[in-house]
Design a protein around this ligand. Structure first.
Ligand SMILES: [Zn+2]
Ligand SMILES: [Zn+2]
Length: 640
């Protein structure tokens, strides 16, 4: 029958949406503080497919992540990803690092969902520090589990419970549990047989109902702070999906700076002290050296009465502060006043100390960096301390001057002067006077023994002239040296402690030595560059490290000197390694297919062990990918 007889029959082909490899499960609790964690999602995914988490990792997720570190783990664990690798790193999968990113990417590719990022803390990766962030073992609230079971809701483990900083359930206001009620073990985050709400070791149900629970009345001292922290972190998690942009690294420095300026009159020490943190910390963060740990962030926000989300996202986190701000400002003032009072007491004490300490010494005792801060504390005390010190120092030096010069008779002095005439190197008159115990100048020696003194001076002048000539000769010799040494080395050779006096005495020669050395360095660099460029011509490009070793250089210093050439060397090496690896892979693939066909022709069943025993690189069959080729080939040849 002609189709034209059905005018309403739509002949356009249907657009079929892309198929997903795994069931695109809806994550639970999205947009709330109780959003599911990525490890819990993975467990539920395995459950939906009626397989263990281990199988899901080994056959689907592992090959999808396909990273070098996994290939290595795969080698070590003999093809069993889950057994060691994933279990050891379970805590990282909900965190802010590479592991979390990889798992999100793999699961998004397998389920075609786009919202799995919010099941981790990746949104906050720029503003959270990885140190001490995630728990390594499971923690849970049995009452939450119990309630969900009674209400017939699906059991899962929220992202909130994965943080170290969360030790309290904000709904039930009780401590989270960390040990299995039956076997008492602490449980890893994810293992081959993990199941939400159950112990993976003894399969015990981890939930309890309110009537079963005997509340512990003892509450830790900082319970309120911990409860507040859990609530704040809940808000943080809920806010993740609503953000238009992820907060950047500079946000924290900006927020802390603003708090310091507005609440502690710009005094970072006082600000840190208010938040009960080490005093140099705030200054450190403002300089953007590090991102604070989560606990420090919580302490700051708790003290400043700012919500954590506001602190991490708003341009001006203090805009809603209101009356609390006034109280904090007052407290900061109190801290400052207290500090100044203490400083004043120390200064007053110093006034009666003997011998009188210097103002620098007092600043050091109080931990002040400059003496200006002491002047600010009390100008009057400052001046009194300075004056007292001045008087003491003056008195001491006067006493020194008055110190009795040991009485010398004329013969003794003459003998000393005559002895000095034959000493090497020639002494100055001042040196001799000092040796005899005179405190200033020549102690009147030149008046008493004019002839002897004149010869001493003459001898000294001749010595200096001779030394000058010798040094000049030495410098000229240096100019002829090959390779030309650096000026600093020449200084040490001639016994100069710093370069400026040598340069002042022999300006032209020093300049030539410097120039020679510089030209030599330039020649060396040109030579090295030419050698590195020649590496680029080689057929088997070496790695940068081995090229540097070949020219007896450090890799990092070469990279700093010639960044462009080094980048090219690295790229060529990487490209070469990649192509080599691809060639080996292709060869192996071909070999597997060939061996399977050969064994089949011989009438033998091509088992994994048999094929492996005939392969040139048998360990390749440990990889899931190559194993899949073998399966594929068997299927093609219709071997079961
Ligand atoms: Zn609870
Ligand atoms: Zn157990």
């Amino acid at each position: 029958m002609a189709l034209s007889s059905y005018p309403y029959w739509d002949l356009t082909s249907l657009t079929i949406p892309p198929r997903t490899r795994l069931v695109p499960l809806e994550p639970l609790g999205v947009g709330t503080a109780y959003i599911e964690s990525l490890t819990s999602y993975t467990c539920r995914l395995a459950q939906v497919h009626s397989i263990t988490v281990g199988k899901l990792f080994n056959h689907e997720i592992g090959p999808m992540i396909n990273k070098l570190y996994l290939v290595n783990a795969h080698k070590r664990t003999n093809g069993n990803f889950c057994k060691n690798y994933f279990t050891n790193r379970g805590h990282m999968f909900n965190g802010i690092g590479k592991c979390a990113e990889d798992l999100v990417r793999a699961l998004q590719a397998l389920t075609l969902r786009q919202d799995l990022r919010f099941l981790t803390y990746l949104t906050w990766k720029e503003v959270l520090s990885e140190i001490g962030l995630m728990r390594r073992t499971r923690a849970w609230c049995p009452l939450c589990f119990g309630e969900w079971l009674c209400e017939g809701r699906e059991i899962y483990e929220p992202l909130l419970w994965r943080l170290h900083a969360v030790a309290v359930c904000p709904l039930h206001r009780r401590e989270l549990e960390t040990g299995c009620p039956k076997c008492g073990r602490h449980l890893r985050l994810i293992e081959s047989h993990s199941r939400a709400g159950h112990c993976q070791r003894c399969d015990a149900w981890l939930g309890k109902t309110g009537t079963e629970m005997i509340e512990k009345h003892h509450r830790a001292e900082d319970f309120d702070f911990r409860l507040w922290s859990a609530l704040e972190l809940g808000h943080l998690i809920a806010a993740g999906p609503t953000l238009s942009a992820e907060p950047g690294k500079e946000q924290i420095a900006k927020a802390i700076k603003m708090c310091t300026e507005r609440l502690a009159a710009g005094n970072a020490h006082v600000f840190a002290r208010l938040s009960r943190l080490p005093k140099n910390r705030a200054h450190f963060w403002i300089q953007r050296k590090t991102v604070p740990r989560l606990l420090s962030l919580l302490k700051i926000c708790h003290k400043m009465c700012i919500s954590l989300v506001d602190f991490l996202t708003l341009e001006d986190p203090l805009s809603h502060l209101g009356i609390a701000g006034v109280a904090i400002r007052l407290e900061a003032e109190k801290v400052t006043v207290h500090k100044r009072r203490k400083a004043r007491a120390v200064m007053r004490e110093a006034l009666s100390e003997n011998p009188a300490p210097s103002i620098q010494e007092i600043a050091r005792r109080l931990g002040y960096k400059s003496i200006c801060s002491l002047r600010k504390v009390s100008a009057e005390l400052y001046l009194r301390i300075v004056e007292r010190r001045r008087v003491t120092v003056a008195r001491e030096s006067a006493r020194e001057e008055r110190r009795v010069v040991p009485p010398h008779d004329r013969d003794e002095v003459r003998n000393a002067l005559e002895a000095a005439l034959s000493r090497e190197p020639a002494l100055t008159l001042h040196d001799v006077a000092k040796e005899l115990g005179y405190s200033s100048n020549d102690g009147g020696l030149s008046k008493t023994f004019p002839r002897l003194c004149k010869s001493l001076v003459k001898r000294r002048t001749a010595y200096l002239a001779r030394r000058h000539q010798e040094q000049e000769r030495a410098l000229r010799k240096v100019l002829r040296e090959n390779p030309p040494p650096p000026l600093r080395e020449v200084e040490t050779r001639l016994g100069y402690k710093n370069g400026s006096s040598l340069r002042k005495r022999f300006p032209e020669l020093s300049a030539s030595i410097l120039a020679n050395h510089k030209a030599y360095r330039r020649r060396q660099a040109d030579q090295l560059l030419a050698r590195l460029q020649s590496v680029l011509m080689e057929d088997e490009p070496p790695s940068l490290a081995s090229a540097a070793r070949r020219f007896s250089q450090e890799r990092n210093s070469v990279r700093k000197q010639f960044p462009d050439v080094c980048r090219k060397i690295k790229e060529r090496h990487a490209e070469f390694t990649r192509s080599q690896a691809a060639r080996t892979r292709a060869m192996c693939e071909e070999e597997i297919r060939q061996l399977t066909a050969d064994l089949h022709a011989e009438g033998k069943h091509p088992t994994l062990i048999l094929v492996k025993s005939r392969m040139t690189r048998p360990h390749y069959l440990n990889y899931v990918k190559f194993w899949a080729i073998l399966c594929d080939e068997k299927r093609r040849l219709a071997i079961n």
